[in-house]
Design a protein around this ligand. Structure first.
Ligand code: IVH
Length: 718
């Protein structure tokens, strides 16, 4: 035989290899998937060694699904990225059963032909690992992709091939293509053993099973991944190319199980919301004794026809929702209460806590909101308190534990003077905020300047809060208007500023000076209770800062969304001497946009009325600022689309909603027609919803609509 030529295997040997693979697949599955082995480890190992020997002798008999490949070996330089054929979505969350009920009510509004009794839920624990997609062609494992950003993942095929409960070949009749999705994780027991091994070998310890799993899956050397106790639990499919169809999530999951996958333990069909509640309560009770870390549960509408009807929002399916466990809590000592002074002079008390780990994050500070909060919760310095964190939400002090007091605790007395400038503080009747009245208070100035340059203010590129602080420390600023008077030399004196960066800062300032719009400037002033939306309404109504600053409370109250409290705050702002000076300085610097009201030819009139266009004699001719605030293609998914509202919206008035839609570049229609792209559905929708359903219009709820126009929505999962 010549060099390099492979030996041809006798037929009987080829048959033995096939038999060994089948036996090892079967017993591997009994051991790793079903947790019910039929043979001893030694018997398994003997077959494995026999197969290895034959494959070595006859390399032509090495098959891509051979269990001997599970030991890994390939080493990559980097993990290639690859697009998912269907996006891998995230999930929306609910934090209690009552929020879960709201979710079901919302679904029923989107499904006018259904009632609650027709909904059943496929419930699964929500596993705290990382999402993975395994791709099988004609039944053979060919590729594994991490979730990545949902559209593109990293290819980790070699590593996932080493995961013992991942079938390398599927059982039963198999589709041309199937993408099985699930979670890769490490069980609590395996995690403890892994960390013990790491400790012994002087390796790095992992913070938790999730981190260990994530690190292992992304190894460049698959033999390292092979030594990590990874497991894959399936929860669904991506693309499937097959003529077979399922009618429920349950059927689909049983099929996935029959293909050879492990699915989540405790998965169950709940035929009603009451059954769901029971299932959830028992999961909560069993949470700590679960074999792996849980993140909550996932409820999926069981009927695949309804799933299809409900579809997806831009980030998550509507037919599924994550039930999250209550926020983690921990005990800490309330060491002290300090006060933060905000840009409107409000003194916000902050709890300084003994460092405490709350659900994986070390917390040292928590806002106490205001004076009343401290009194109502009877928090005393020295108290043991309960601290809570829910998702991304900032930590909060839930309550004191008075039974743990020893008498040394001190009642906190709100100071009569500002901790930053020593000026007197004042609490208005009927308000909870205590405020420093000194307009020259350094803290007020610092926060006002930071706000002035921020996104909610003039949004000056490159001018973050850090730069503002540097300028204040260097005594180069005494008012937000001073930034327009800064010389290049002033900026060059600051740390880390070079000619190039200074030129960029200067260009950004000039851009704002020329193009800033009236609503932006009003918002940048930082008037209490005046956010971006109110600023737009005020700009549209008054058309200039001269008119706005002269307006009385009555005139202000006629503006949309402005009530007496907001009106008097605006009035107070323009009455204050320091603020009058600020306005004069801005005018002097040429930062003085106006918005012409009424009398402008369509189509610009609409936008001008809302104060969206800059208007200074130069700006109009150059048409430059128009682009700054007018909707841009691609800036919002609503750009160039048609939209209509039905039913009562909870956070928005109808006109405000229309206004937001127009701002995003959508056209608001007055009735359902074939031309309609989106119908936003509020409470008690009318006949429009039914009609839209027959025309294939995309249905949105209020929250989805707000997300699409980029307005703030309630905080959600990281
Ligand atoms: S279903 C369309 N079921 O949770 C999204 N996800 O927060 C379908 N997860 O990225 C996901 N356990 O990685 C589903 N039983 C389960 C799950 C589960 C964990 C993860 C999944 C997803 C994340 C979303």
């Amino acid at each position: 035989m010549r060099d390099g030529e492979e030996k041809v295997a006798p037929e009987a040997t080829a048959a033995r290899v096939a038999q060994l693979i089948e036996l090892l697949e079967y017993h591997g599955r009994r051991y790793h998937v079903l947790d019910d082995p039929e043979i001893s480890d030694a018997e398994y190992d003997a077959m494995f060694v026999e197969l290895l020997g034959l494959e070595e002798e006859y390399p032509a008999l090495r098959l891509p699904h051979s269990p001997t490949l599970r030991v890994g070996g390939e080493i990559l330089e980097s993990l290639p990225s690859r697009a998912h054929s269907l996006p891998m979505y995230s999930l929306d969350n609910v934090f209690s059963l009552s929020e879960g009920r709201d979710y079901v009510r919302k679904l029923l509004r989107l499904l006018p032909d259904e009632d609650e009794s027709s909904l059943s839920f496929w419930m699964e624990p929500k596993m705290d690992g990382l999402a993975m997609e395994l791709i099988y062609e004609r039944g053979f494992f060919v590729r594994a992709l991490t979730r990545g950003d949902g559209l593109t993942g990293e290819e980790v095929t070699g590593n996932m091939r080493t995961v013992r409960n991942v079938p390398l070949r599927l059982s039963g009749p198999v589709p041309e293509l199937v993408e099985v999705r699930g979670e890769v994780l490490i069980s609590r027991k395996d995690f403890a053993a892994l960390n013990a091994r790491q400790e012994q070998s002087g390796g790095k310890l992992f913070a938790n099973p999730r981190n260990a799993a994530a690190g292992s899956v992304r190894q460049l050397d698959s033999s390292v991944a092979a030594r990590r106790p990874l497991r894959f639990l399936a929860y669904g499919t991506g693309r499937v190319e097959w003529d077979k169809a399922w009618s429920t999530q349950q059927e689909l999951m049983f099929w996935i199980r029959d293909l050879g996958f492990e699915i989540a333990p405790n998965a169950e069909l709940c035929p009603s919301f009451v059954a769901l509640e029971e299932w959830w309560n028992s999961l909560v009770a069993a949470r700590d004794s679960f074999p792996f870390d849980l993140d909550g549960a996932v409820a999926k509408i069981n009927s695949l026809a309804l799933q299809e009807k409900l579809g997806f929002t831009s980030r998550a399916p509507r037919f599924a929702v994550a039930f999250k466990f209550a926020a983690p809590r921990a005990r800490a000592r309330l060491l002290d209460i300090s006060l933060q002074v905000g840009r409107t002079g409000t003194l916000t008390p902050v709890a300084n806590l003994s460092p405490v780990n709350v659900g994986g994050v070390v917390v040292r500070r928590a806002t106490l909101h205001n004076e009343d909060e401290i009194r109502v919760k009877d928090l005393r310095i020295g108290d043991t308190v309960l601290v809570q964190r829910a998702g991304d939400v900032i930590p909060e002090v839930v309550a004191a534990l008075p039974e743990l007091r020893d008498g040394t605790e001190k009642v906190f007395v709100f100071p009569a003077f500002c901790p930053e400038c020593g000026g007197s503080v004042f609490r208005e009747k009927g308000e909870s905020a205590v405020r420093c009245l000194n307009r020259a208070c350094p803290a007020v100035l610092r926060e006002s300047v930071k706000h002035f340059v921020s996104k909610a203010g003039l949004d000056i590129q490159g001018w973050g809060g850090k730069l503002a602080e540097q300028l204040l420390r260097a005594k180069l600023l005494y008012s937000p208007a001073d930034i327009f008077a800064l010389k290049d030399d002033d900026l060059l004196r600051l740390e880390r500023q070079r000619e190039k960066s200074v030129a960029n800062l200067r260009a950004a300032l000039e851009d704002v000076r020329r193009n800033c719009t009236l609503p932006r400037l009003i918002s940048a002033l930082g008037i209490r209770h005046v956010g971006e939306e109110t600023a737009k309404a005020l700009a549209g109504e008054f058309g200039s800062l001269d008119a706005l600053s002269a307006a009385d409370v009555g005139a202000l109250c006629r503006v949309r969304d402005v009530g007496p409290e907001v009106a008097s705050s605006i009035r107070d702002f323009f009455m204050a001497e320091g603020n009058r000076r600020l306005l004069e300085d801005l005018r002097g610097q040429g930062v003085w946009p106006t918005a012409r009201a009424k009398s402008v030819a369509e189509p610009e009139a609409g936008r001008l009325r809302q104060g969206l266009l800059p208007f200074s004699p130069g700006a109009e001719k150059e048409g430059n600022g128009a682009e700054r605030e007018s909707p841009k293609p691609g800036a919002s998914p609503l750009y160039g689309k048609t939209i209509l509202f039905t039913g009562a919206l909870s956070a928005l008035g109808r006109s405000e909603a229309s206004h937001l839609a127009e701002k995003a570049g959508a056209e608001v229609l007055s009735r359902v027609s074939a031309r309609l792209d989106y119908l936003v559905v509020g409470d008690k929708p009318g006949s429009k919803l039914k009609k839209a359903g027959t025309l294939g219009v995309v249905i949105l709820d209020e929250e989805e609509f707000l997300r699409m126009v980029n307005a703030p929505v309630a905080p959600e999962e990281a």
